[in-house]
Structure formats: structure tokens, C-alpha cells
Design a protein around this ligand. Sequence first.
Ligand SMILES: [Zn+2]
Length: 258
Amino acid sequence: MPEGDTVYRTARNLDEVLAGAVLTKSDFRVPKFATLDLAGNTVEGVVSRGKHLLMRVGEYSIHSHLKMEGSWHRYRHGTAWRRPAYTARAVLETADWVAVGFDLGMLEVVARDDEDSVVGYLGPDLLGTDWDPALALTNLQRDPAREIGLALLDQRNLAGLGNVYRNELCFLRGVLPTRRVGDVADLPRMVELAHRLLDANKDRVERTTTGNLRGSTDWVHGREGRPCLRCGTLIQRGELGDTELQLRDTYWCPRCQT
Ligand SMILES: [Zn+2]
């Protein structure tokens, strides 16, 4: 599951090879944009906003979201794709490169000056140059009765956290994911830690919240039934979501987290 750090890295990898280049071909394999042809337009750049990706091309902005399985790759012409062609949703070519978006959870093309209609609702971007911890805190505190595990995932509060980070953050701050926002001690430190974790991981391919790249890279996420790395108590798993359709796995140590 791609989180903000993955999307940030994706944007940078694409920006490296596409920025300033003219598209020689565009192929959107979704019905709504199947006839749209952006060939001849110059790519201004590729940026991330939380877990969203914006590719700015001429007067347009290609907005995509990786959701669960999505990814963007860049290839030299004539090299084999690492994922099946039938999963490609967008193919963008320049003289030197081919960018392919596979299994994108969302793909749409909007006018550049209409970007706000697709990402304007997002809270402060944890990896943005305009990261605003005070605003993120205010947003979180708006609903003190909400479970912290849900509030952290709500991209309107702060943008970039996914399931792995919310579970790890709750562990690192010693709070259960079900604890109410209003009952979380030192919420500013949690916001600061969220930023620090994403920032520390944004330049490396393998994510770690424990600081280890060998051995366990996570404290609790995905470790149900295994001993807590701090106290040895067995890690538990549950589900948390605003609705039944949005349930996501939570993991916690019943001793380290209260
Ligand atoms: Zn523990």
C-alpha cells in the first residue's frame, strides 16, 4: 500500500525524466479520457500532494492516485515493462522516456487552474514545502471524540499517512488506535513524529519505522501474534473504519499502548 513517502518518490522519479520534455504520445486507457491526446505539450513537472500525484502538462494536470496496487514506472524506449501491459492505465512518451501508470486507483485529467477541485480538500502535506504542523494539529483537534487511528488516516486533516504509518505512530506514542483524539497526550509531538517518519523514509526504497533496514522494519504493523519488540507481549490485530467498507487493519501492543 503506497503511502505519502512512496508517492513523493514516484513524483521525483518521474519529474527527473519528464520535466521540460515534450510529450510525443499520450494514451489514456480509461473511457473518459480515451480520446484525449496531449502530444505536443510540454511537461512542466510532476509533484505529489499527500498520496496524490499531479503531472502538469501544458494547460492540463494529470491527476492520479495509486490506491492499493498502483504504480508509475519509467522506461527507456524498447525495454520490457515490469508489469502486464493490460494493467497499464496511462502511457506517456517523450523522445527519451516512456512513463507507464499501472493499476491506478484513480486517473483523471483536469485543467491546470482547476487542480484545487481534485486536491484542494487535502490537509497540510507532510512532505510538502508548505508543511504546516499547526494547521494539521488544528484539523485533528476539530473532532476530539474521533478515534486517533481514524483521524490520522483522514487526508483532510493532514495528507500523506497510510495504514502502516498510522499503526506505527500510535505505537511510538504509546496510544491505542481507538483512543479519542481529545485523550491523546501531547498531540503536537505525534504530528511532529509523523512528519519526521515520512521525511526520513522519503529517500529510501525500503520503509522503516524502527530504524532497522535488516530485521523488523515495523514495530507492530503486520506483526499480529508476534512478540512486541519492546516488551515481548504478543501484538494484536483489529479493524477500524468510519464505515464497514473502510475497515483497515490495526495492530497494537496491549502493554505499550493504552
Ligand atoms: Zn509492547
